[in-house]
Design a protein around this ligand. Structure first.
Ligand SMILES: *Cc1c(COP(=O)(O)O)cnc(C)c1O
Ligand SMILES: [Zn+2]
Length: 420
Protein backbone atom coordinates (compact mmCIF):
# COMPACT_ATOMS: atom_id res chain seq x y z
CA UNK A 1 0.00 0.00 0.00
CA UNK A 2 1.32 3.44 -0.95
CA UNK A 3 1.60 6.05 1.80
CA UNK A 4 0.05 8.61 -0.61
CA UNK A 5 -3.66 8.59 0.32
CA UNK A 6 -5.04 11.52 -1.68
CA UNK A 7 -5.75 15.22 -1.33
CA UNK A 8 -7.67 17.62 0.91
CA UNK A 9 -8.87 21.03 -0.33
CA UNK A 10 -7.50 23.93 1.72
CA UNK A 11 -10.70 25.94 1.06
CA UNK A 12 -13.67 23.54 1.40
CA UNK A 13 -11.98 20.58 3.12
CA UNK A 14 -13.28 18.05 0.58
CA UNK A 15 -11.04 15.00 0.15
CA UNK A 16 -10.08 13.34 -3.13
CA UNK A 17 -8.40 10.06 -4.03
CA UNK A 18 -5.05 10.23 -5.89
CA UNK A 19 -6.72 9.48 -9.26
CA UNK A 20 -9.66 11.87 -8.88
CA UNK A 21 -7.82 15.17 -9.37
CA UNK A 22 -4.45 16.40 -10.63
CA UNK A 23 -4.12 20.05 -9.63
CA UNK A 24 -6.66 22.14 -7.68
CA UNK A 25 -10.09 21.53 -6.13
CA UNK A 26 -12.69 21.12 -8.92
CA UNK A 27 -15.34 22.72 -6.68
CA UNK A 28 -13.62 26.01 -5.80
CA UNK A 29 -10.10 26.06 -7.27
CA UNK A 30 -8.56 25.77 -3.79
CA UNK A 31 -5.01 24.48 -3.35
CA UNK A 32 -4.86 20.81 -2.41
CA UNK A 33 -2.88 19.44 0.53
CA UNK A 34 -1.44 15.98 -0.02
CA UNK A 35 -2.71 13.40 2.51
CA UNK A 36 -0.29 10.76 3.73
CA UNK A 37 -0.82 7.60 5.75
CA UNK A 38 0.79 8.77 8.98
CA UNK A 39 0.21 5.42 10.74
CA UNK A 40 2.18 3.66 8.06
CA UNK A 41 4.98 6.23 8.14
CA UNK A 42 5.21 6.06 11.92
CA UNK A 43 5.35 2.27 11.78
CA UNK A 44 8.04 2.18 9.12
CA UNK A 45 10.52 4.88 10.08
CA UNK A 46 11.71 7.22 12.85
CA UNK A 47 13.83 10.34 13.35
CA UNK A 48 16.72 8.15 14.50
CA UNK A 49 16.50 5.94 11.43
CA UNK A 50 16.48 8.96 9.12
CA UNK A 51 19.39 10.49 11.00
CA UNK A 52 21.40 7.35 10.29
CA UNK A 53 20.84 7.78 6.54
CA UNK A 54 23.91 8.49 4.45
CA UNK A 55 21.80 10.22 1.80
CA UNK A 56 22.73 13.91 1.96
CA UNK A 57 19.70 15.13 0.01
CA UNK A 58 15.93 15.56 0.29
CA UNK A 59 15.63 11.87 -0.53
CA UNK A 60 16.66 10.91 3.01
CA UNK A 61 13.02 11.87 3.72
CA UNK A 62 11.55 9.61 1.02
CA UNK A 63 9.42 7.76 3.64
CA UNK A 64 7.57 11.09 4.20
CA UNK A 65 7.07 11.96 0.52
CA UNK A 66 4.15 11.00 -1.75
CA UNK A 67 6.35 9.42 -4.43
CA UNK A 68 8.22 6.14 -4.74
CA UNK A 69 11.87 5.45 -5.60
CA UNK A 70 13.07 8.56 -7.47
CA UNK A 71 15.69 6.70 -9.55
CA UNK A 72 18.31 8.80 -11.38
CA UNK A 73 21.13 7.90 -8.98
CA UNK A 74 24.29 10.00 -9.23
CA UNK A 75 22.55 12.90 -10.97
CA UNK A 76 21.82 16.41 -9.67
CA UNK A 77 18.22 15.27 -9.06
CA UNK A 78 19.64 13.19 -6.20
CA UNK A 79 21.71 16.13 -4.86
CA UNK A 80 18.85 18.49 -3.98
CA UNK A 81 18.56 19.76 -0.42
CA UNK A 82 20.46 18.96 2.83
CA UNK A 83 21.82 22.46 2.46
CA UNK A 84 24.08 23.83 5.19
CA UNK A 85 22.93 25.65 8.32
CA UNK A 86 25.33 28.32 9.56
CA UNK A 87 25.63 30.20 12.82
CA UNK A 88 26.33 33.80 11.72
CA UNK A 89 27.90 35.23 14.89
CA UNK A 90 28.51 38.72 13.49
CA UNK A 91 24.93 39.15 12.26
CA UNK A 92 23.65 37.89 15.60
CA UNK A 93 25.75 40.35 17.60
CA UNK A 94 24.81 43.21 15.24
CA UNK A 95 21.16 42.49 15.99
CA UNK A 96 21.64 41.69 19.68
CA UNK A 97 20.43 38.12 19.21
CA UNK A 98 21.84 35.11 21.05
CA UNK A 99 20.69 32.23 18.85
CA UNK A 100 20.66 32.96 15.15
CA UNK A 101 20.90 30.32 12.41
CA UNK A 102 21.08 30.77 8.64
CA UNK A 103 20.17 28.01 6.19
CA UNK A 104 21.55 28.55 2.71
CA UNK A 105 19.33 27.10 0.02
CA UNK A 106 21.28 29.00 -2.62
CA UNK A 107 23.51 25.92 -2.51
CA UNK A 108 21.18 23.64 -4.42
CA UNK A 109 22.03 22.13 -7.84
CA UNK A 110 20.45 25.04 -9.76
CA UNK A 111 21.19 27.51 -6.93
CA UNK A 112 17.73 28.05 -5.51
CA UNK A 113 15.19 26.52 -3.14
CA UNK A 114 12.98 25.66 -6.14
CA UNK A 115 14.99 22.48 -6.82
CA UNK A 116 13.12 20.85 -3.93
CA UNK A 117 9.79 21.27 -5.71
CA UNK A 118 11.04 20.54 -9.22
CA UNK A 119 12.80 17.30 -8.24
CA UNK A 120 9.64 15.89 -6.66
CA UNK A 121 7.44 17.10 -9.53
CA UNK A 122 9.66 15.48 -12.16
CA UNK A 123 9.52 12.19 -10.25
CA UNK A 124 5.73 12.51 -10.04
CA UNK A 125 5.55 13.22 -13.79
CA UNK A 126 7.44 9.98 -14.44
CA UNK A 127 5.16 8.03 -12.13
CA UNK A 128 2.00 9.17 -13.93
CA UNK A 129 3.60 8.75 -17.36
CA UNK A 130 3.53 12.44 -18.31
CA UNK A 131 5.72 13.17 -21.33
CA UNK A 132 6.34 16.92 -21.15
CA UNK A 133 6.43 19.11 -18.02
CA UNK A 134 5.65 22.82 -18.38
CA UNK A 135 5.91 25.64 -15.87
CA UNK A 136 5.54 29.38 -15.56
CA UNK A 137 8.34 30.99 -13.62
CA UNK A 138 9.90 34.27 -12.59
CA UNK A 139 13.15 32.38 -13.31
CA UNK A 140 14.12 30.06 -10.47
CA UNK A 141 11.24 27.57 -10.68
CA UNK A 142 11.95 27.30 -14.40
CA UNK A 143 15.70 26.90 -13.92
CA UNK A 144 15.00 24.22 -11.33
CA UNK A 145 12.56 22.38 -13.57
CA UNK A 146 14.93 22.67 -16.54
CA UNK A 147 17.80 21.34 -14.42
CA UNK A 148 15.86 18.46 -12.88
CA UNK A 149 14.36 17.57 -16.28
CA UNK A 150 17.88 17.52 -17.75
CA UNK A 151 18.99 15.22 -14.93
CA UNK A 152 16.11 12.89 -15.80
CA UNK A 153 16.60 13.43 -19.57
CA UNK A 154 13.02 14.57 -20.06
CA UNK A 155 11.57 17.50 -22.02
CA UNK A 156 10.58 20.70 -20.20
CA UNK A 157 8.91 23.88 -21.40
CA UNK A 158 9.40 27.13 -19.46
CA UNK A 159 7.40 30.36 -19.76
CA UNK A 160 9.02 33.34 -18.02
CA UNK A 161 8.52 37.10 -18.20
CA UNK A 162 10.98 38.65 -20.66
CA UNK A 163 12.20 40.87 -17.80
CA UNK A 164 13.64 37.84 -15.93
CA UNK A 165 17.30 38.39 -14.86
CA UNK A 166 19.77 37.22 -17.52
CA UNK A 167 21.50 34.72 -15.26
CA UNK A 168 18.24 32.85 -14.80
CA UNK A 169 17.41 32.92 -18.51
CA UNK A 170 20.91 31.63 -19.29
CA UNK A 171 20.33 28.74 -16.89
CA UNK A 172 17.03 27.84 -18.56
CA UNK A 173 18.66 27.75 -21.96
CA UNK A 174 21.77 25.90 -20.79
CA UNK A 175 19.74 23.00 -19.39
CA UNK A 176 18.15 22.49 -22.80
CA UNK A 177 14.56 23.40 -21.94
CA UNK A 178 12.24 24.98 -24.50
CA UNK A 179 12.28 28.56 -23.22
CA UNK A 180 9.62 31.08 -24.17
CA UNK A 181 9.83 34.62 -22.79
CA UNK A 182 6.47 36.31 -22.46
CA UNK A 183 6.09 40.02 -23.13
CA UNK A 184 4.12 40.50 -19.92
CA UNK A 185 4.22 39.76 -16.20
CA UNK A 186 4.79 36.50 -14.33
CA UNK A 187 1.04 36.41 -13.80
CA UNK A 188 0.48 36.55 -17.59
CA UNK A 189 2.92 33.67 -18.05
CA UNK A 190 1.15 31.74 -15.30
CA UNK A 191 -2.27 31.97 -16.94
CA UNK A 192 -0.88 31.09 -20.37
CA UNK A 193 0.83 28.01 -18.92
CA UNK A 194 -2.44 26.63 -17.54
CA UNK A 195 -4.07 27.15 -20.92
CA UNK A 196 -1.18 25.51 -22.79
CA UNK A 197 -0.96 22.51 -20.42
CA UNK A 198 -4.67 21.95 -20.88
CA UNK A 199 -4.63 22.34 -24.65
CA UNK A 200 -1.48 20.26 -25.25
CA UNK A 201 -1.93 17.61 -22.55
CA UNK A 202 1.29 18.49 -20.72
CA UNK A 203 1.95 18.11 -17.00
CA UNK A 204 1.96 21.51 -15.29
CA UNK A 205 4.37 22.21 -12.44
CA UNK A 206 3.03 25.70 -11.71
CA UNK A 207 3.64 26.94 -8.19
CA UNK A 208 0.50 27.14 -6.07
CA UNK A 209 -1.32 24.90 -8.56
CA UNK A 210 0.46 21.54 -8.65
CA UNK A 211 0.07 19.96 -5.17
CA UNK A 212 3.44 18.19 -5.42
CA UNK A 213 5.49 21.40 -5.29
CA UNK A 214 4.59 21.99 -1.63
CA UNK A 215 5.47 18.34 -0.90
CA UNK A 216 8.94 18.92 -2.29
CA UNK A 217 9.25 22.21 -0.44
CA UNK A 218 8.20 20.71 2.88
CA UNK A 219 11.54 18.87 2.99
CA UNK A 220 13.07 22.11 4.23
CA UNK A 221 11.06 21.74 7.43
CA UNK A 222 12.45 18.25 7.97
CA UNK A 223 15.99 19.47 7.37
CA UNK A 224 15.59 22.47 9.66
CA UNK A 225 14.39 20.28 12.53
CA UNK A 226 16.90 17.47 12.00
CA UNK A 227 19.87 19.82 11.49
CA UNK A 228 18.85 22.10 14.35
CA UNK A 229 18.66 19.05 16.64
CA UNK A 230 22.11 17.94 15.51
CA UNK A 231 23.68 21.39 15.87
CA UNK A 232 22.25 21.97 19.34
CA UNK A 233 23.03 18.47 20.63
CA UNK A 234 19.36 17.55 21.04
CA UNK A 235 19.17 14.63 18.65
CA UNK A 236 17.02 11.74 19.96
CA UNK A 237 15.81 8.44 18.56
CA UNK A 238 12.15 9.45 18.42
CA UNK A 239 12.17 13.22 18.35
CA UNK A 240 13.55 16.31 16.70
CA UNK A 241 13.52 19.85 18.05
CA UNK A 242 12.43 22.86 16.01
CA UNK A 243 13.75 26.42 16.41
CA UNK A 244 11.35 28.97 17.94
CA UNK A 245 10.97 31.20 14.89
CA UNK A 246 11.58 30.74 11.16
CA UNK A 247 11.87 33.65 8.67
CA UNK A 248 11.08 33.05 5.00
CA UNK A 249 10.52 35.35 2.02
CA UNK A 250 7.15 35.11 0.30
CA UNK A 251 5.91 35.70 -3.26
CA UNK A 252 3.30 33.16 -4.40
CA UNK A 253 3.39 31.73 -0.90
CA UNK A 254 4.26 28.14 -1.83
CA UNK A 255 7.58 27.96 0.04
CA UNK A 256 6.02 29.13 3.29
CA UNK A 257 3.06 26.77 2.73
CA UNK A 258 5.41 23.86 2.09
CA UNK A 259 7.45 24.74 5.18
CA UNK A 260 4.25 24.81 7.26
CA UNK A 261 3.03 21.51 5.75
CA UNK A 262 6.31 19.82 6.65
CA UNK A 263 6.15 21.10 10.22
CA UNK A 264 2.52 19.93 10.50
CA UNK A 265 3.55 16.48 9.26
CA UNK A 266 6.20 16.34 12.00
CA UNK A 267 3.76 17.47 14.71
CA UNK A 268 1.22 14.89 13.52
CA UNK A 269 3.87 12.17 13.59
CA UNK A 270 4.83 13.27 17.10
CA UNK A 271 8.38 13.92 15.91
CA UNK A 272 8.38 17.55 17.09
CA UNK A 273 6.51 18.73 20.16
CA UNK A 274 5.99 22.40 19.37
CA UNK A 275 5.19 24.31 16.20
CA UNK A 276 7.61 27.19 15.50
CA UNK A 277 6.30 30.67 14.73
CA UNK A 278 6.50 31.26 11.00
CA UNK A 279 7.33 34.78 9.79
CA UNK A 280 6.56 35.60 6.16
CA UNK A 281 8.48 38.49 4.61
CA UNK A 282 7.29 40.33 1.51
CA UNK A 283 8.69 43.21 -0.50
CA UNK A 284 6.73 46.41 0.03
CA UNK A 285 5.95 46.57 -3.69
CA UNK A 286 4.58 43.03 -3.76
CA UNK A 287 2.79 42.50 -0.49
CA UNK A 288 -0.67 41.07 -1.16
CA UNK A 289 -0.45 38.55 1.67
CA UNK A 290 1.02 41.05 4.12
CA UNK A 291 -1.91 43.35 3.31
CA UNK A 292 -4.43 40.62 4.14
CA UNK A 293 -2.54 39.74 7.33
CA UNK A 294 -2.60 43.31 8.62
CA UNK A 295 -6.25 43.73 7.58
CA UNK A 296 -7.12 40.55 9.50
CA UNK A 297 -8.87 38.95 6.54
CA UNK A 298 -8.39 35.79 4.47
CA UNK A 299 -9.48 37.64 1.31
CA UNK A 300 -6.28 38.33 -0.59
CA UNK A 301 -6.52 41.22 -3.02
CA UNK A 302 -4.09 41.27 -5.96
CA UNK A 303 -1.59 44.16 -6.23
CA UNK A 304 0.44 45.59 -9.11
CA UNK A 305 3.78 44.17 -8.12
CA UNK A 306 6.90 46.36 -8.34
CA UNK A 307 10.04 45.20 -6.57
CA UNK A 308 13.64 44.53 -7.57
CA UNK A 309 13.28 41.15 -5.83
CA UNK A 310 12.02 39.50 -9.02
CA UNK A 311 11.49 36.05 -7.48
CA UNK A 312 8.84 37.42 -5.14
CA UNK A 313 7.28 39.90 -7.57
CA UNK A 314 3.74 38.59 -7.79
CA UNK A 315 0.41 40.36 -8.44
CA UNK A 316 -1.84 37.53 -7.24
CA UNK A 317 -0.21 35.01 -4.87
CA UNK A 318 -1.22 31.57 -6.13
CA UNK A 319 -0.89 29.96 -2.71
CA UNK A 320 -2.02 32.96 -0.68
CA UNK A 321 -4.51 31.36 1.67
CA UNK A 322 -2.23 28.61 2.92
CA UNK A 323 0.65 31.11 3.07
CA UNK A 324 -1.42 33.44 5.24
CA UNK A 325 -2.41 30.62 7.58
CA UNK A 326 1.23 29.56 7.97
CA UNK A 327 1.64 32.77 9.97
CA UNK A 328 -1.80 33.15 11.57
CA UNK A 329 -2.01 29.53 12.76
CA UNK A 330 1.50 29.45 14.27
CA UNK A 331 1.52 32.75 16.15
CA UNK A 332 3.80 34.16 13.47
CA UNK A 333 3.38 37.32 11.41
CA UNK A 334 3.84 38.96 8.04
CA UNK A 335 6.40 41.72 7.61
CA UNK A 336 7.02 43.96 4.63
CA UNK A 337 10.38 45.48 3.75
CA UNK A 338 11.53 48.10 1.24
CA UNK A 339 13.84 47.36 -1.70
CA UNK A 340 16.50 49.47 0.07
CA UNK A 341 16.24 47.24 3.12
CA UNK A 342 16.65 44.22 0.82
CA UNK A 343 19.85 45.73 -0.64
CA UNK A 344 21.11 46.33 2.93
CA UNK A 345 20.31 42.73 3.80
CA UNK A 346 22.25 41.47 0.75
CA UNK A 347 25.31 43.46 1.88
CA UNK A 348 25.01 42.26 5.48
CA UNK A 349 24.68 38.62 4.47
CA UNK A 350 27.69 38.89 2.17
CA UNK A 351 30.02 40.82 4.46
CA UNK A 352 29.04 39.47 7.84
CA UNK A 353 28.01 35.90 7.03
CA UNK A 354 29.76 35.09 3.72
CA UNK A 355 26.47 34.17 2.11
CA UNK A 356 25.75 35.63 -1.34
CA UNK A 357 21.98 35.93 -1.73
CA UNK A 358 19.79 37.17 -4.55
CA UNK A 359 17.32 39.92 -3.57
CA UNK A 360 14.42 37.56 -2.82
CA UNK A 361 16.78 35.34 -0.84
CA UNK A 362 17.94 38.23 1.35
CA UNK A 363 14.38 39.46 1.92
CA UNK A 364 13.90 37.03 4.82
CA UNK A 365 16.91 38.54 6.60
CA UNK A 366 15.62 42.07 5.93
CA UNK A 367 12.44 40.88 7.66
CA UNK A 368 14.42 39.73 10.68
CA UNK A 369 16.11 43.14 10.94
CA UNK A 370 12.69 44.79 10.98
CA UNK A 371 11.29 42.21 13.42
CA UNK A 372 14.12 42.98 15.84
CA UNK A 373 13.42 46.73 15.53
CA UNK A 374 9.73 46.11 16.21
CA UNK A 375 10.39 43.63 19.07
CA UNK A 376 8.61 40.80 17.27
CA UNK A 377 11.39 38.47 18.43
CA UNK A 378 13.23 38.18 21.74
CA UNK A 379 17.01 38.26 22.19
CA UNK A 380 17.16 34.62 23.29
CA UNK A 381 14.69 33.17 20.75
CA UNK A 382 16.12 30.37 18.61
CA UNK A 383 15.77 32.00 15.20
CA UNK A 384 16.38 30.46 11.77
CA UNK A 385 16.51 32.57 8.61
CA UNK A 386 16.26 30.89 5.21
CA UNK A 387 18.14 32.17 2.17
CA UNK A 388 16.23 30.88 -0.86
CA UNK A 389 18.46 31.86 -3.81
CA UNK A 390 22.08 32.45 -4.82
CA UNK A 391 23.29 35.97 -5.62
CA UNK A 392 24.89 34.94 -8.93
CA UNK A 393 21.35 34.54 -10.27
CA UNK A 394 21.01 38.30 -10.53
CA UNK A 395 24.38 40.01 -10.96
CA UNK A 396 22.86 43.40 -11.73
CA UNK A 397 21.10 43.53 -8.39
CA UNK A 398 24.26 42.37 -6.66
CA UNK A 399 26.29 45.19 -8.18
CA UNK A 400 23.58 47.62 -7.16
CA UNK A 401 23.96 46.41 -3.58
CA UNK A 402 27.74 46.11 -3.54
CA UNK A 403 28.78 49.04 -5.74
CA UNK A 404 31.27 48.96 -8.61
CA UNK A 405 34.98 48.26 -8.23
CA UNK A 406 37.64 50.95 -8.86
CA UNK A 407 39.73 50.69 -12.04
CA UNK A 408 43.43 51.77 -11.98
CA UNK A 409 46.49 51.76 -14.21
CA UNK A 410 48.76 48.84 -13.14
CA UNK A 411 51.19 50.70 -10.80
CA UNK A 412 51.89 50.56 -7.04
CA UNK A 413 51.25 54.29 -6.58
CA UNK A 414 47.91 53.99 -8.31
CA UNK A 415 47.10 50.96 -6.14
CA UNK A 416 48.02 52.83 -2.93
CA UNK A 417 45.94 55.81 -4.01
CA UNK A 418 43.00 53.57 -4.81
CA UNK A 419 43.25 51.74 -1.45
CA UNK A 420 43.32 55.12 0.31
C1 LIG B 1 10.28 31.50 -5.54
C2 LIG B 1 11.18 32.18 -4.62
C3 LIG B 1 10.72 32.75 -3.43
C4 LIG B 1 9.29 32.80 -3.01
O1 LIG B 1 8.60 31.57 -3.05
P1 LIG B 1 7.03 31.58 -3.18
O2 LIG B 1 6.64 30.14 -3.13
O3 LIG B 1 6.71 32.22 -4.51
O4 LIG B 1 6.49 32.38 -2.06
C5 LIG B 1 11.65 33.35 -2.61
N1 LIG B 1 12.95 33.40 -2.93
C6 LIG B 1 13.43 32.87 -4.07
C7 LIG B 1 14.87 32.99 -4.37
C8 LIG B 1 12.56 32.24 -4.95
O5 LIG B 1 13.03 31.73 -6.09
ZN1 LIG C 1 -12.48 22.91 -2.40
Amino acid sequence: MSKFRGYCCSVCGKEYTPDEVTYTCPADGGNLDVLLDMEQIRAQTSPGQINASRDGSIWRYLPLLPVGDPGHENTPLRAVGWTPVFRPAKLASNLGLKNLWLKDDGRNPTASFKDRASAVTVVRAEEIGAEVVITASTGNAGAALAGMAAAAQRPAVILAPKTAPQGKVAQLLMFGARVILVDGTYDDAFDLTLEAADALGWYCRNTGYNPFTAEGKKTVAFEICEQFSMLTGQLKENEWVAPDVIFVSVGDGNIISGLYKGLKDLVELGWIKKMPRIMGVQAEGSSAIYNAFTAGTEDIEPVRATTMADSISVDLPRDGLRALRAATQTGGAYIQVTDDAILDAMRALGRDAAVFAEPAGATSYAGLVKAVAESLVKADDQILVLNTGNGLKDVRAALEAAGEAKVIKPGLDELKAALG
